[in-house]
Write a protein of this length. Sequence first.
Length: 114
Amino acid sequence: MNNIGCSLIYCTTFVMRYTALQMSLQEIFKMSTIQIRVDDELKKSAYQAFEKLNLSPSDALRLFLRYVAENEKLPFSEVSVMVSNQDEDADILAVVRERLKNPAKRIRVNIDDL
């Protein structure tokens, strides 16, 4: 192959790589940044879970946002439990947390059983 042919191949390769880089940069500049505040323990435990799931925090949040955008609902049921400092409330909270972890284990109770 002559020098002109080689130069043309190198030039074409350069243009293709430059165009791909330009397109990648354009995609990056279309992205937004989100900052959130969470307590240190929540962040630590979430990052450990993400690592086990082989996800970056950005990937996990991106999945969450995509689900909400597509379904217009949260991917989980929101559960709030108010607890006072009484031991009885702590026991009830422990039972609630266990039942939330294992929702398949359902039992029927009536008010007298409580």
